[in-house]
Design a protein around this ligand. Structure first.
Ligand code: 3H9
Length: 694
């Protein structure tokens, strides 16, 4: 039963009981209406309290019902709120912990509201690519004022209940037990004659509503270019301001129904569930005990190690930071301090917090100091011999049960684990640079990694606010293995007729934060060069364009050398097309005997994105990733894939795998076609008319 009904002291108490967050799915909605009718028909009941069991008042409409018949099955949330608002017996919403989306809209339909301090109050629909669709855009401005409401609706950001005390949203704040106080209050209002107040009857007061709305519209235009929802939020609020509650409500409904069908909303919902699904590992149940992590050790105080250490001190965990040389250690610590101070300058941290965090950092030159750490992460030079030295040493000094993690991005984790006598304690934690900023963490599961080690690392990842995705062991893991195919295609297209600026422009127009050539110039072209040199040895059959090697042979490593695929003026990051490089590319095509042709932007996007898709499908076939949404989370949080497209695998679903497979076969038949044989999963799903996500 999703709703509980009880009578307490002459007050009907309707308790939403639909774990985890009392989502307003069909059975919950039905239960609320039935409860109101029972209360109506019970002469001994004078008023009603609606509250939520467990960890929320309500997290809103049940997102899993969207675009299914259940979403529109009566009673809809509109019907429920109508029943609440139209009840002759007064209804009090007793709010605690979380009142979001439809949950807050339900409360706004009640005649009175009592809340505990600390409750998160939000209309976060915009984050799912929709707008509040059950009266939120109409009632919230009437309850908290136009400016506060518009900011809450357009940003979706939660506001603590006590910050809204004093507005018409809350009739009182509960100081003691919420339900006791709500029942007491309900008895009081139940004894009064009606009609009881309805938020819809209040006016939206503002000295210059039109001017404010225009100002909001201008601000949103610059920050929400690719997303339709924030604009619609403003339109709906404006409709209520100009045309009154009922017409505003009808317009809001129209916008909701249109937005819920958009690919942007689908993508944002996919990311919402993808983020949560990434934390779940099929054979590691949530009941798996976790190891206690009270102190962390980080080996290497370079840019990566320093960034990793910052994550933990940010979360209040003490870190022992190890370097081999005093000057490197001092440099590392100084960089960390500089980063924190830069945050303080921007007003993101107080100076006390900077000192608090620095105090959690214990720099050392001695491995013995790592003996007290529960989790040790190495971020040393990416070379198996160096890792061997570190892990053998760790095996000697780390306490029993300590988790030993490698930040390797390319090396074989199983080989690293084998350097110790405790391979079950070894795991990969692949951070992305800058490690204190980037959300993505690839958690690499070795052949022998223990389940509780995995469970612990996933929990720690949450603590340091990372999106953790589990990857099996393979060269490059999920993200870098896929990006290699993308870069290969980008380079082939240079040989065939495109130039770096065209390729970057086309993929940036598609929505990537940065095209492959600007990206490579930023990261350093020498990194890819080193990897390719290894590939030429290990996999001589693998076919590459050699143009990137030519660039590196000419010393053009990117921004750091003042030139790469582009030219850079001293001290500037603006990528300027380089005549020298473009000539080099044309000459290279000639050498290869390739007649250069015009490559369309559509072809560029297809070849770059579908190469990710094909490799992603192989990664699924091999079990390196366990679900398509994990791959999407890697690309959304670590590689600048446009959020509004939901990641490469969801994008492929949107295009349709039949079409994707046809494109792959077309490219397979051309020169440089060796990467294009469609993965088994692509062919199978396309034949079944399915997508990666069902
Ligand atoms: C809406 O209301 C539309 C209306 O305006 C109009 C309708 C006509 N539905 O985040 P957590 C699940 S749109 C279904 O890990 P936390 C979530 O998937 C809705 N499921 O916990 C997860 O499941 P699992 C507007 C939901 O404590 C579990 O709950 N509301 C929903 O860190 C725990 O989630 C929102 O956008 C839902 N609405 O945070 C609120 N919400 O355990 C979105 C959560 O199987 N939700 N789940 O992985 C949140 O922001 C957070 O989940 C919340 C709890 C703050 C509630």
């Amino acid at each position: 039963m999703a709703v509980d009904y009880a009578v307490r002291d002459g007050i009907a108490v309707i308790t939403l009981d639909n774990p985890p967050v009392n989502g307003l799915g069909h059975s919950t909605r039905l239960g609320i209406v039935e409860g109101i009718e029972r209360a109506r028909d019970d002469a001994s009941v004078s008023a009603v309290v609606i509250t939520g069991a467990g960890r929320a008042f309500s997290g809103g409409a049940d997102i899993t019902e969207f675009n299914t018949p259940k979403a529109t099955q009566e009673p809809t949330l509109h019907t429920v709120i109508k029943a609440v608002e139209g009840s002759a017996k007064p209804i009090v919403a007793a709010i605690h912990s979380v009142a979001m989306g439809g949950g807050l809209e339900l409360a706004l339909g009640a005649h009175y509201r009592v809340a505990t301090p600390g409750a998160q109050i939000a209309l976060p629909e915009v984050k799912l690519g929709i707008l509040p669709g059950a009266g939120g855009t109409q009632r919230l401005p009437r309850a908290v004022g136009l400016e506060t409401a518009l900011n809450m609706i357009v940003s979706g950001t939660p506001v603590l209940s006590e910050k809204l005390a004093g507005t018409a949203l809350f009739d009182r704040m509960a100081e003691g037990d919420l339900l006791d106080e709500a029942v007491k209050f309900a008895k009081q209002v139940g004894a009064q004659d009606g009609p009881h107040p309805k938020v819809r009857d209040s006016a939206i007061e503002h000295p210059n509503a039109e001017g404010f709305i225009q100002f909001a519209r201008n601000s949103v235009a610059t920050i929400a270019k690719a997303f339709p929802a924030p604009h619609k939020c403003i339109d709906a609020i404006e409709a209520g301001v100009k045309n009154g509650f009922d017409r505003g409500l009808a317009f809001e409904r129209e916008c909701f129904l249109a937005l819920v069908q958009t690919p942007e909303s689908r993508a944002l919902r996919h990311a919402f569930f993808g983020e949560r699904a990434a934390g779940k590992i099929a054979d590691v149940p949530s009941s798996t005990p976790v190891r206690k992590i009270a102190r962390v050790g980080v080996i290497g105080a370079g840019m990566m190690g320093g960034g990793i250490a910052m994550n933990f001190v940010n979360a209040g965990l003490p870190v022992t930071l190890l370097e081999t040389k005093q000057d490197a250690l001092e440099r590392g610590v100084a960089t960390i301090r500089k980063n924190f101070e830069a945050q303080a300058k921007k007003g993101k941290l107080t100076t006390e917090k900077v000192e608090e965090r620095m105090a959690l950092l214990k720099p050392t030159l001695s491995y013995d100091d790592l003996a007290e750490a529960d989790l040790i992460i190495e971020a040393v030079f990416e070379e198996l011999g160096v890792k061997e030295h570190v892990f053998r040493k760790l095996d000697e000094v780390a306490k029993p049960g300590a988790i030993l993690a490698s930040n390797t991005s390319t090396l074989d984790l199983n080989a690293i684990a084998a350097f110790t006598k405790r391979p079950e304690d070894v795991v990969g934690m692949h951070f992305f640079s800058p490690a204190n900023v980037m959300k993505l963490l690839e958690v690499v599961r070795g052949e022998k990694t223990a389940k509780d080690v995995l469970a612990t690392v996933m929990q720690v990842a949450k603590q340091i606010k990372k999106t953790a995705v589990v990857s099996g062991v393979c060269d490059g893991f999920i993200g870098n293995r896929m990006i290699e195919q993308y870069v290969r295609q980008a380079l082939f297209m240079l040989d065939e007729g495109a130039l770096p600026a065209q390729i970057d422009r086309a993929i940036e127009k598609f929505g990537f934060a940065m095209g492959p050539f600007r990206m490579s110039d930023l990261a350093g072209n020498d990194i890819g060069w080193a990897i390719r040199k290894r590939r030429y040895q290990e996999q001589p059959e693998l076919h590459y364009s050699r143009i990137a090697d030519r660039l590196c042979e000419a010393g053009r490593f990117g921004q750091k050398t003042g030139g790469g695929w582009y030219d850079y003026q001293a001290g500037e990051r603006n990528a300027l097309p380089s005549k020298l490089v473009d000539d080099m590319i044309v000459a290279h095509s000639k050498e290869l005997g390739i007649g250069r042709r015009k490559i369309s932007d559509d072809e560029i996007v297809e070849r770059l994105v579908f190469s990710l898709v094909n490799e992603g499908a192989k990664i699924l076939d091999e079990g390196i990733a366990s679900k398509a949404s994990d791959i999407d989370m890697v690309y959304l949080t670590g590689y600048g894939f446009p959020l509004y497209r939901g990641g490469p695998m969801l994008y492929a679903d949107t295009v349709g795998l039949y079409n994707v497979e046809r494109a792959m076969r077309k490219y397979a038949a051309r020169p440089n076609g060796d990467a294009w044989a469609p993965a088994k999963r692509v062919t199978e799903l396309a034949a079944q008319g399915k997508g990666f996500n069902g």
